[in-house]
Design a protein around this ligand. Structure first.
Ligand code: MN
Length: 343
């Protein structure tokens, strides 16, 4: 049994906007992940079955493994088709903002959204949505926007419009935001919804293989190289560091997404509380950090790497050489231990 959780008024507002709309555009954040893409594509499948003209506009390309989701080929990538994306947003009579809480997260399409005359409906699970929308359905306690989308479809009485394609997209979103049901899974209804999606024909095994277990040979070699040759473990300080230079990335023909998840790997080591991965980019060193428990990597990233994020997942940038960035990280280990681990 799936309980009612979405506010009646928010659903009623969203329903009247959707009922009236003919040309819907659904948008998501930059670097769209499985939840963002899955939610947008599910909306496309369900609302087009309902007879709406609906297009998905993404700010930049989706990773290759997400391009296998049903309907992914129909997405309009604003980094390649800027004019077309602008026209769709301009001419839309409803904009669905899925899986983001601030317009600043939408990159190059932000000015288009700010200038759009169409009302917006936000459906999202990030904290503190700040978008000035006609309807906001925000549930930060839910594991994925796709999970929330399933509930929204049900409340809009569109359960029967969720076909196999839509089910697969929703399940993809739920799987990616929970690491294939490894975390953020304490809500038992997540599994009730999963069961419904599987009943509708979503093939979880196929999704697992395409989303979690498809890598190029170069990607596997790069990650093995990083673990074997580049991981520094600071046992006494509960930390680990991996750095990859431009040369190293080039040697393995790095493409975007190849180091996805690498930063998490050292957290598997007992006693390692936080982990840092640094990747040299054209103009800066990209820093990402992950942690366990209450170690606040967002504070560390904001204090030393001009960034921020969540308690257990954050990032930042460093302007200088990779060695200098790594040295800065090593130099703060003792201080971090005193402040956050031995406290
Ligand atoms: Mn999400």
């Amino acid at each position: 049994m799936i309980s009612r959780r979405i506010d009646e008024k928010a659903i009623a507002r969203a329903k009247s906007l959707i009922d009236r709309a003919e040309h819907i555009v659904t948008v998501c954040h930059t670097g769209p992940d499985g939840d963002a893409i899955g939610s947008c594509l599910a909306a496309m499948h369900v609302f087009s079955a309902l007879g709406k003209d609906i297009r998905v506009v993404i700010p930049d390309p989706a990773l290759a493994n997400l391009r296998t989701l049903p309907g992914a080929k129909e997405m309009v990538d604003a980094s390649k088709f800027g004019e077309f994306a602008a026209r769709l947003i301009r001419e839309a009579d409803l904009i669905l903002c899925l899986d983001f809480n601030e317009l600043s997260r939408t990159g190059r399409i932000q000015p288009l959204l700010e200038g759009a005359k169409a009302p917006m409906v936000v459906i999202d699970h990030h904290l503190n949505p700040s978008i000035d929308a006609a309807a906001v359905i925000s549930h930060p306690e839910m594991a994925a926007t796709a999970y929330l989308m399933f509930r929204v479809f049900c409340r809009l009485e569109l359960f029967n419009f969720i076909d196999k394609n839509a089910a697969e997209c929703l399940l993809a979103g739920m799987m990616t935001d929970t690491g294939n049901f490894a975390y953020n899974c304490s809500d038992p209804e997540l599994f009730d919804v999963t069961a419904e999606l599987v009943r509708k024909g979503a093939d979880k095994e196929k999704l697992y293989n395409s989303l979690f277990n498809t890598f190029s040979a170069n990607c596997l070699k790069l990650n093995s190289y990083a673990m074997l040759k580049k991981m520094e473990v600071f046992e006494g300080e509960g930390a680990a560091l991996i750095t990859l230079s431009r040369d190293e990335l080039n040697r393995f023909h790095y493409v975007k997404g190849d180091t996805e998840g690498l930063v998490n790997r050292p957290l598997a080591i007992p006693g390692i509380v936080y982990s840092c991965f640094m990747r040299q980019e054209a103009d800066c060193i990209r820093v990402s950090m992950r942690s366990r428990g209450d170690f606040p990597v967002n504070e560390v990233c904001s204090e030393y790497f001009g960034g921020g994020g969540h308690l257990n997942a954050a990032g930042g940038e460093f302007y200088g050489s990779l060695d200098e960035a790594a040295e800065r990280f090593r130099s703060i280990l003792l201080e971090n231990k005193k402040r956050y681990i031995d406290k």
